[in-house]
Every structure is written in structure tokens, then in C-alpha cells.
Design a binder for this molecule. Structure first.
Ligand code: UTP
Length: 288
């Protein structure tokens, strides 16, 4: 069955980016001129996934406002004949079917996904954590859908991480069945390095079979007292195969200050409008 829907969990508290996340959701932080969440949505559109379900929480209304019309801007841009800007203001919302649901309490990623169960129904679906910024030649969700078309079961995006970072991620144990594609044998959430089965960490892109909902609803709070998606995927393994794709691309953790700044510089350098000004500026920095 084709993947038509994507869940965007965006109800986390963004603690690592306080104080900005007191009033600005981290999914709304900027990369050049668009919020992080828009890059994730564009990735889905590229993979022909047009039904977007955003799981929000308190203090996240900026996300809904962003995807709504902005009549004042539209009138002003029309009057001034700024048609390109007008297109950029409306384009994204016109290309997707958007629905929202609320996670009343940040009880973990697994729980956030469960909040969207009724909207997904009995179909395979994608999950995009838009604070995982991935710069790649082929958008990551497209890479995953291409694999899904052949394997028809859940696909996790994974990437090798340094030993010292293993304890921050869900880690897989798997058997490589084709280049960069693993059949998952086990998963561990945030293991210590001496207990980790590999360095392959799950990054914020998933394609999941709807059977996962049943397992999430039975999952007890795990590491950090949160209902962990990794624990539910581990249970899913008992009834069906799960695959992991070591994707092509560079990933930045948008929930981490340094990584967010690195991504802003890289995306700035790739933007033709500001590239040369940014290079000039960096060259003239005499304190580095
Ligand atoms: P993170 O753990 O990276 O986000 O969750 P966080 O909890 O907001 O950040 P810190 O750790 O406090 O700094 C990954 C994704 O899952 C969503 C987040 O919004 C983020 O996109 N999430 C997490 C939820 O939607 N609900 C939750 O209860 C937890």
C-alpha cells in the first residue's frame, strides 16, 4: 500500500534550546528564510506524501499560523506586484492537506505518534522529526520510499555515530542485506557504549506499518519516563520484519545549538542570494 500520510511530532519541549523555545517552537526556528518544519514538509512533497498530520502542544500555535493564509501579506504583495514573494507565501500550504492534533502532555515520541492514530487509520505512514535537518542529494524520505517500494515493511533511517554519542540515540543491531540496507534484529534505546550492538543510530525519519499503534499503546514508559517509539518498534519485530536504511546525506540536530548554527551556515552557503555576502563576512572575521 502506498504511503500517503506523514506524522510530524512537534509537541516536544525543546529543553536544549531554552530560552528561545519558551515561546518559539523549535520546529519554527529558521534556516535562511524558512522554518525547519517546512524543509520536512518539502521532503514529503518530493516523496509524493501530501497528507501532513502535525502533532502540536501548548505554545505551538506559531506552526498553525505559519501554514495558514496571511491575508495582510497577500494584499500588500499583490498591490506591489511582488508575484514571486506572493507565491512563496502561499505555495507550501496549497500543496498539502494539513491536519493537526494535540499531544496534551509531552509523554514521549511514541505517545505523540499514538495521538495521530485516528487520522492515520490502517495505512503505512511516514514520521518526520523536522528538527533533524538532513542535507542530501536525494531527499531522505524519497530514498526511504524507494526502498519501501521493494520491501513493503517498516523502514528506519539510520546513520553511524561516534562512540561517545551512542547513548543519545536508539541503536539498531542488524544484518546488511544490500549496500546500506539492514534487516533489523534488535533495537536498544540510548544504550551505554559497552552495551550498544552497533553505532547505527536511528535518525528522525521513519516509515511505519500501522501495526505499530497497537504496540505503542502497550509500551510502558522507558528511558527518561517517556513512551519510547524504539521500544514499540522492538515489539513490532516479533510479528514482522523491520529494515534500516543508512541514508545518503549529512544530518544536523536542529535541537542542538551548535548543530543548528552549522546547518544555518551550510544552507546559507548553498543559497545563491546570500552565498557571496556570507563568504565575504566569514573571510573578514579576524577573531577566528
Ligand atoms: P526531542 O527529544 O528531540 O525533542 O524529540 P524535545 O523533547 O522537544 O527536545 P529536548 O530534548 O527537550 O531539547 C524528537 C521529536 O519528537 C517530538 C519533538 O517535538 C521532536 O520533534 N516530541 C518529543 C513530541 O512531539 N512529543 C514528545 O513528548 C516528545
Amino acid at each position: 500500500m502506498k504511503v500517503n500520510k506523514a506524522i510530524f511530532p512537534a509537541a516536544g519541549l525543546g529543553t536544549r534550546l531554552l530560552p528561545i523555545t519558551k515561546s518559539i517552537p523549535k520546529e519554527m526556528l529558521v534556516l535562511v528564510d524558512k522554518p525547519l518544519i517546512q524543509y520536512g514538509v518539502e521532503e514529503c512533497i518530493n516523496a509524493k506524501i501530501n497528507d501532513i498530520i502535525i502533532v502540536t502542544g501548548r505554545g505551538k500555535t506559531a506552526i498553525e499560523d505559519y501554514f495558514d493564509r496571511s491575508i495582510e501579506h497577500e494584499i500588500m504583495l499583490k498591490e506591489k506586484g511582488k508575484h514571486n514573494l506572493l507565491k512563496s507565501v502561499n505555495d507550501i500550504s496549497d500543496r498539502i492537506n494539513l491536519t493537526y492534533t494535540r499531544q496534551k502532555e509531552a509523554l514521549g515520541l511514541g505517545h505523540a505518534i499514538l495521538c495521530a492514530q485516528n487520522m492515520v487509520g490502517e495505512e503505512p505512514f511516514a514520521v518526520v522529526l523536522s528538527d533533524d535537518i538532513i542535507d542530501s542529494n536525494v531527499p531522505v524520505m524519497k530514498q526511504m520510499i524507494d526502498i519501501y517500494k521493494n520491501y513493503r515493511y517498516s523502514i528506519l533511517a539510520v546513520q553511524k555515530v561516534q562512540d561517545e554519542d551512542v547513548s543519545k540515540y536508539g541503536i539498531i543491531q542488524g544484518k546488511e542485506i544490500e549496500k546500506g540496507l539492514f534487516k533489523v534484529e534488535d533495537l536498544v534505546e540510548k544504550p551505554e557504549i559497552n552495551e550498544a550492538p552497533s553505532n547505527l543510530a536511528i535518525i528522525g525519519r521513519y516509515i511505519l506499518m500501522p501495526d505499530i499503534f497497537n504496540f505503542i499503546s502497550k509500551t510502558k514508559p522507558g528511558k527518561g519516563g517517556e513512551i519510547q517509539l524504539t521500544d514499540a518498534i522492538k515489539s513490532l519485530l516479533s510479528i514482522q520484519p523491520v529494515y534500516a536504511l543508512e541514508f545518503e546525506g549529512v544530518r544536523y540536530d536542529g535541537g542542538n545549538k551548535l548543530d543548528l548554527l552549522k546547518a544555518q551556515i551550510v544552507y546559507g552557503l548553498k543559497n545563491t542570494e546570500i552565498r557571496s555576502g556570507l563568504i565575504d563576512f566569514i573571510k573578514k572575521l579576524d577573531f577566528v
